[in-house]
Design a protein around this ligand. Structure first.
Ligand code: ATP
Length: 966
């Protein structure tokens, strides 16, 4: 069968004529797909197959259809109440129409029509926002969509997962999310978590050499891997068999998690507030109606009572608020992405502003993750190594003199181990040396290259047959090689490279181990000196440990190297059995310079009351040197090691956790305990992580942060936020944005709710003051709540940060939204707002009555126009409020009016719109307003400025008594 008759998208692989991959031998599978295990596909083959199979992508299904999302919008209690108001108002209009009470030219049912239009518009807006937010989040997620490693034309390269085609040879390692279905070609201790597919939580061991019966169930196909499952441990080479929708997960794509678009705590609280307001307003309505009926001893004034009630019900509800909050959060995520912080879960935007503790990894986040070996320690000698970056040229110096590596057998053997016990590949890209793989390993390949020890050459002399891969728990790795000639008996030992023969006697296998010096040293029983292994003395061990401390205290990352000749090939996964009785080679110390910009970010976070903590797998002295350099810790500060942590109870750890700023030699499981201990102390913790095992800690943290560049897919999936540049500075920038978003949300909540309180009080007072009639119709109130309040509120949402935003401690995320004076502000301003409007209402009512009685009004002026004066003053006063509320403490004249041009714009546009409602006849007819002569309009403007003046005076007063409002 040729590649042309491969399974096609959507067709079951066990269907007619389609290969059953798990029942095939590796070679059969490779033949069927016209691929090659060593070189993969050629670019032409890839192109052809891509044309046939398309992108390796799943069509995501969010789980809810468009109709469902649209219908969900109307489940909102505020909209339901508006619908009820529309129906009652329609009924009243119907009565008026029947009784012939409509004025000439008046549009019947206009309140009902307008309210329903607003309900529908709100629903559509909500729908558009929700679908757009889902799409935006999905698009953002794609930015971190995984890269995969493949062999193409014999070259190892990284490509986007969606570019995979059947026949590709893909390489897997721990932490990767598998991007397509495939048949194992070879594997080393491969453990895969397939819960996404089978629901089975535990990891499954996979084996390449199995051939399984056709009927084997999905969960038992141990020689296959499946898309969307995760590599927990080990490595493997895979032949891609199915991509896109024809993978197993593709066939059940609906099971895929939908894009997470959870409501934020604030949104939930706002929904709750909305419910309370609706219930409150219904209560108010019943009180007004029942009270009115009792007072009138009958239903004679029921209509008027109903009109007042309807207006109050509409006035109390902040119809525009949910939309403004959603838009603000969305804008916040966009600003954060510009700072390289990608939000994966919306609630994170809000929580970020409350973070009190940032637990950061060292390597890559605080440091540059560009490792360069600076010194090598063997046989009591410290060799200094020169050279820059990953360029494999440089000298080895002993006591300032350049030496020839060949003259020192110990260093030669150590460099061989560095090159062989290594998964990184050093290659030239566009004229520059670069590494593919882990920078720690890259530094070691580069080091070996400086002595002319080239990986490729030695890999063929010592082919790798097995390995015990690295993980942060074990803090080491080993590879087992075959000494080709000895194993196959093809040549006598004399034909073998002398360097190798100095490591073995006649054993056919050689294991090289590298890892944390303390652990590696503890596994050694001999030391390699002068071309052979010799017993290890205690004095030698002490010297090595002292040299390790010396290197680490300079901030170097130190690795120990060792080897072991072996008679038999080790069993997979039996690392504890084989990584013993090793022969010690030496130490390598590499520099990973701190990121220069981090110092300022650490200082900024301290000023903001946020404590940075370093959590690292590295040595305590290395960690301390770098932490002190960056200002995270000070000389003499306590460092807690993983070992010490292990011996502590949770209570003991909780007592220490506020005092320790450096955790060294920790394992990922310790990270989880640290977060939990901090959280028990009431801290709001942001925690970084990159490995598979970091996922639980990332999930537990209030903000789990994954690394965009070096992070595994599993850690990204568990995170709330991804750092696109892996940089600590980005975390601090994101917390700042979080604070700005929260401050702005509080600002417009104050603005909108203050206005609502003012409206309700004004409406309620009209009948009490015996003015007869409702000053504002439901339609006018909706206009105010949605347009004249809504536009400036949106503009306030993009208010730039106040200068002290990072000079104050974080606020608790659990505080009420009304905390810190917000509730009292709303009531106070609402009352002031109402008092100003009521004074104007009384004056204008009397003024209009008087002019009517005295016959001073010219033809066409309506005596009811006092209502329009009230309506206009309420709207205009809100404009003054919008301008003044931009800062809590600064007077408006102290601020640059152009620093938020949107507020100015919103004020101008809204004022013009309001004037159009009065002076454009069709709008006037529709909104039920009346023409106002210029003097009366000027009076409205005059009264409205009182609001602005009041808020400015308040600021002055608070400044005088030394109270800072936030
Ligand atoms: P951080 O948690 O700050 O990123 P880290 O990168 O030093 O710290 P790990 O990657 O878990 O943490 O490494 C822990 C230790 O394991 C290192 O100090 C080193 O001794 C050893 N180590 C790191 N990388 C390798 C590797 N590729 N091979 C063998 N040992 C390694």
């Amino acid at each position: 069968m040729s590649a042309n008759s491969l399974p096609v998208r959507g067709v079951s692989p066990s269907g007619e004529g389609i290969p059953v991959w798990h029942s095939l031998e590796v070679n059969q599978a490779l033949n069927l797909l016209n691929s090659n295990a060593d070189s993969g596909l050629t670019p032409e083959e890839v192109q052809q197959r891509w044309q046939k199979y398309g992108d390796n992508e799943l069509t995501e299904n969010s789980g809810r259809g468009s109709w469902e999302i649209l219908l969900d919008q109307f489940k909102n209690i505020m909209l339901l109440m508006l619908i009820a108001v529309a129906l009652i108002s329609g009924f009243l209009d119907f009565l008026a129409w029947q009784a012939g009470e409509l004025k000439p030219g008046e549009v019947p049912f206009k309140d009902t029509i307008a309210i329903m239009a607003i309900v529908v518009l709100n629903g559509i807006l909500g729908y558009v926002q929700e679908t757009r937010a889902e799409k935006a989040l999905a698009a953002l997620k794609k930015m971190t969509s995984p890269l995969v490693r493949v062999l193409r034309s014999g070259k190892l390269m990284e490509i986007a997962a969606k570019e995979l085609v059947p026949g590709d040879v893909m390489l897997l390692e721990a932490g990767m999310q598998i991007a397509a279905d495939g048949r194992l070609i070879e594997e080393s201790n491969l453990q895969v978590r397939e819960s996404a597919l089978t629901g089975e939580a535990g990891a499954v061991s996979k084996q390449a050499n199995l051939i399984l019966p056709e009927e084997t169930s999905l969960g038992d196909r141990l020689n296959l891997v499946f898309q969307a499952t995760e590599v927990v441990q080990g490595r493997a080479k895979i032949l891609v068999t199915n991509t896109g929708m024809s993978t197993e997960i593709g066939k059940i794509a609906t099971m895929l998690q939908s894009v997470e678009n959870e409501p934020t705590p604030l949104q939930l609280r706002m929904t709750h507030l909305g419910n309370i307001l609706v219930i409150g307003s219904l209560l108010l309505v019943s009180i007004v109606v029942v009270g009115g009926v009792i007072q009138a001893r009958g239903f004679s004034n029921l209509r008027q009572l109903l009109e007042v009630s309807l207006s109050m019900a509409v006035a109390v509800v902040p119809e525009g608020l949910p939309a403004v909050i959603t838009v603000t959060l969305a804008l916040g995520t966009q600003r954060m992405v510009r700072h390289n912080a990608l939000i994966r879960k919306l609630p994170a935007v809000e929580t970020l502003g409350s973070v009190t503790t940032i637990c950061s990894d060292k390597t890559g986040t605080l440091t540059q993750n560009k490792m360069v070996v600076q010194s090598v320690y063997t046989n009591n000698h410290v060799f200094r190594v020169t050279g820059e970056g990953y360029t494999p040229t440089g000298d080895f110096l002993l006591d300032g003199q350049t030496i020839l590596v060949e003259d020192y057998p110990e260093i030669s053997a150590l460099l061989l181990a560095s090159a062989i016990c290594n998964d990184a590949v050093l290659q030239k890209e566009q004229g520059e040396w670069a590494i593919l793989g882990d920078p720690t390993e890259g530094a070691l390949v580069t080091l070996a290259g400086k002595a002319g020890i080239e990986q490729d050459q030695w890999n063929s002399k010592l082919p790798r047959i097995s390995e015990f891969p690295f993980d942060s728990e074990r803090k080491r790795m080993s590879v087992i090689c075959q000494v080709e000639e000895v194993a196959t008996g093809e040549a006598s030992l004399t034909a073998v490279d002398p360097l190798i023969t100095s490591l073995i006697e006649s054993e056919p296998y050689l294991m090289f181990t590298k890892g944390s010096p303390e652990l590696t040293l503890a596994s050694c029983t001999q030391i390699y000196l002068d071309h052979k292994s010799a017993p290890f003395t205690d004095a030698q061990r002490q010297q090595i440990l002292a040299a390790n401390d010396q290197m680490a205290s300079l901030g170097l990352r130190v690795l120990g190297l060792a080897y072991r000749p072996m008679l038999e090939m080790p069993e997979a996964g039996a690392d504890e059995k084989y990584e013993v009785n090793l022969v010690w080679l030496g130490l390598v110390g590499m520099l990973d310079a701190p990121r220069p910009e981090v110092r300022a970010a650490v200082q900024e976070s301290r000023n903001a009351g946020i404590r940075p903590i370093m959590i690292t797998g590295d040595h305590q002295l290395t960690a301390r040197a770098i932490a002190i350099d960056l200002g995270i810790a000070q000389e003499g500060d306590r460092v807690l090691t993983g070992q010490q942590l292990q011996q502590m109870t949770d209570q003991e750890l909780e007592q220490q956790v506020d005092l320790v700023s450096i955790y060294a030699r920790v394992s990922p499981e310790h990270k989880l305990r640290i977060v939990q201990a901090l959280q028990r102390r009431g801290r709001i913790v942001a925690m970084t992580g990159d490995g598979v095992n970091d996922a639980p800690a990332l999930k537990q943290a209030d903000i789990g942060i994954a690394m965009g560049i070096t992070g595994t897919d599993v850690s990204k999936e568990a995170s709330d936020m991804v750092l696109l540049d892996d940089n600590f500075t980005t975390i601090v920038a994101a917390t700042k944005e979080g604070r700005v978003v929260y401050t702005n949300i509080r600002r417009f909540i104050k603005y909108i709710l203050g206005s609502n309180v003012g409206e309700v009080l004004t409406i309620a007072s009209a009948p009490l003051l015996g003015l007869g009639g409702v000053p504002l119709t439901p339609l006018q109130i909706l206009w105010m709540n949605l347009v004249t309040d809504g536009l400036p509120a949106l503009a306030l949402a993009v208010e730039p940060p106040e200068p002290d935003v990072m000079n104050r401690p974080p606020f608790s995320p659990r505080e009420s939204i009304f905390a810190r004076g917000l509730g009292s502000y709303i009531i106070r301003i609402g009352i002031v707002f109402a008092i100003i409007t009521i004074i104007l209402m009384l004056w204008s009512y009397n003024h209009c009555q008087m002019r009517l009685v005295e016959g001073l009004d010219p033809e066409g002026l309506d005596p009811e126009r006092w209502k329009t004066m009230v309506f206009t003053s309420l709207c205009l006063a809100q404009m003054g409020h919008a301008i003044a509320i931009r800062s809590n403490n600064k007077l408006t004249i102290e601020m640059n009016p152009f620093s938020n041009i949107f507020v100015l714009g919103a004020v101008v546009v809204t004022t013009i719109l309001q004037l159009m409602l009065i002076y454009v006849p069709p709008l006037r007819a529709f909104f039920g307003t009346h023409f106002l002569p210029p003097t009366e309009l000027a009076i409205c403007f005059g009264f409205s400025t009182l609001m602005f003046v009041w808020i400015e005076l308040e600021k002055l007063f608070f400044r005088l008594i030394g109270k800072k409002s936030v």
